[in-house]
Design a protein around this ligand. Structure first.
Ligand SMILES: [Zn+2]
Length: 76
């Protein structure tokens, strides 16, 4: 009983975008998403669209999409 394993039970959050299980570490002190470079506009849009955190894969995808789309707002 030493280092706790990242057991599947820790994947207690479900990504509202892809439905995959993940664990948001925001409540623990550090979440992987802190390492991502999300623009304030993207964060705002995520907050408006989803009621909870997204998994890292989706956050990466959205960040990449935004980066490739530039900063032009209004694209659907
Ligand atoms: Zn996801």
């Amino acid at each position: 009983m030493r280092a706790p394993d990242p057991a599947p039970t820790l994947l207690n959050d479900r990504c509202p975008r892809c439905g995959g299980g993940f664990h948001c570490g925001a409540a623990d002190a550090h979440c992987d998403c802190f390492d991502l470079q999300l623009s304030p506009a993207l964060r705002e849009r995520l907050a408006a669209t989803y009621s909870s955190c997204l998994c890292l894969a989706c956050l990466r995808e959205l960040a990449a999409q935004e980066a490739s789309a530039g900063t032009t707002p209004g694209r659907q």
